[in-house]
Design a protein around this ligand. Structure first.
Ligand SMILES: *Cc1c(COP(=O)(O)O)cnc(C)c1O
Length: 397
């Protein structure tokens, strides 16, 4: 059994705060502070540029990638770190489209995160070969997979509703129709068991600042299935994805396997934070995390529905069909969330009307769930959300 009392002590959460937004930005892992301080003074400070060799900075994107790989069912040497998720979406989609050149449709759904759709639109525009982005409702994805589809590009867990796609079944259907599958694991990695290899995903990408607690702007990851490792063409052909970066050739030659998905200089400081954050998963069973997360979400739904009339559940009641988050709809959702945050219950708001709460068993338990519901109940009963300052929109919601 996973010891969640142990994992809870690994994170720094301010006194009086109930943090239900680890699905957007995980909290600070205590160990990261010393690790980064040491890296700065002992590695950068003392070794200067020698750090690339003596401190293993150049190998870090692969080494940390293998640690992420363990959490998403990826074999060693198939995951590499770098850039932001939007960039990794672009790389994965570009490579997948290249592997299926005769088809014209990229299929996605309206529950996908807008940046993924935007990147697809930008890429399609640059390629200029008559490709089309087809966006259907999440429930219609399966039926929309046909012989016109080049690439199925979906996010496993819907960022707004928490709806969970069946990765294995959809990938199988895509393959049967002659399409490739690109999966975005932004709300899956660290939230639930993932098996990219077992599901036969062609490409997978994800970020590490959500459930993996890598800190704001932490580098993203990309997985390339072994069968595509030597054929996937890197659209972003930067020097660190070159076969021999330090040969300084004038012509690009793709590096071996997953290395070709590297682009430029790795963000060593950010990778050091992430590496420390990943220590929290040692001794943690993802099945235990999943069971605990479903229990916490169920409890939250039951309590809110019983005590907070006026909030409409936007997430499925079936635990196995959602990720690790719960959303409720209310026309005044934004103000309600601001009132919650002012009282130390931190979730977030997603337009047009969803208040969203992430449940992360590594540092959240039943006590926090019940505490959050009690505060939400008082806000709803007494209309405490209806104050001018709670209606003022901030840049980040
Ligand atoms: C969070 C998230 C992103 C964010 O992309 P960045 O480039 O890291 O800002 C993209 N896609 C999905 C599905 C997300 O959930």
């Amino acid at each position: 059994m996973t010891d969640f009392a142990r994992t809870r002590a690994l994170f720094e959460i301010p006194e009086g705060v109930i943090y239900l937004d680890g699905n957007s930005l995980g909290p600070l892992p205590v160990a990261a502070k010393k690790r980064v301080a040491d890296m700065l003074s002992e590695e950068w400070g003392k070794h200067l540029i020698k750090g690339w060799n003596v401190s293993g900075w150049m190998a870090q994107p692969r080494r940390v990638g293998d640690r992420i790989g363990k959490l998403i069912g990826a074999p060693e040497g198939t995951v590499v770190m770098g850039d932001t998720l939007s960039i990794k979406v672009y790389q994965a989609l570009a490579a997948a489209l290249d592997l299926n050149p005769d088809r014209k449709v990229v299929l996605s759904d309206s529950g996908n995160f807008p940046s993924d759709l935007y990147m697809a639109q930008g890429l399609i525009g640059s390629l200029g070969r008559g490709l089309e982005l087809k966006v259907v409702e999440p429930e219609e994805v399966e039926a929309a997979i046909d012989e016109t589809v080049a690439v199925l590009m979906v996010t496993e867990v819907d960022y707004r509703t928490g709806r969970l796609h069946d990765m294995k079944a959809l990938t199988q259907k895509a393959h049967a129709a002659g399409a490739l599958a690109v999966w975005d694991l932004a709300h899956s990695a660290g939230a639930l068991p993932v098996d990219v290899y077992g599901a036969d995903a062609d490409f997978a990408v994800g970020c590490t600042y959500k459930y993996l607690n890598g800190g704001p702007g932490a580098p993203a990851f990309i997985y390339v299935a072994p069968k595509h490792a030597e054929t996937a063409r890197p659209a972003l052909s930067g020097w660190l994805g070159h076969e021999a970066p330090f040969a300084f050739d004038l012509d690009y030659r793709a590096g071996q396997g997953i290395d070709r998905m590297r682009v430029g200089t790795p963000p060593v400081i950010a990778l050091t934070v992430l590496d420390a954050a990943l220590d929290a998963w040692e001794g943690v069973s993802m099945l235990d995390v999943r069971a605990a997360s479903i229990g916490l979400c169920d409890l939250f739904i039951r309590e809110v529905e019983g005590r907070c009339p006026g909030l409409e559940l936007a997430t499925t009641r079936h635990g196995h069909q959602r990720g690790s988050q719960v959303s409720f709809r209310h026309p005044q959702g934004y103000a309600i969330m601001q009132a919650l945050i002012a009282r130390g219950v931190i979730g977030d708001f997603r337009a047009p009307d969803a208040i969203r709460f992430g449940f992360t068993p590594l540092y959240i338990g039943e006590k926090e769930v019940l505490g959050a519901v009690a505060i939400l109940e008082s806000i709803m009963k007494d209309g405490l959300w209806d104050r001018p300052e709670y209606h003022r929109k901030a840049a980040v919601t």
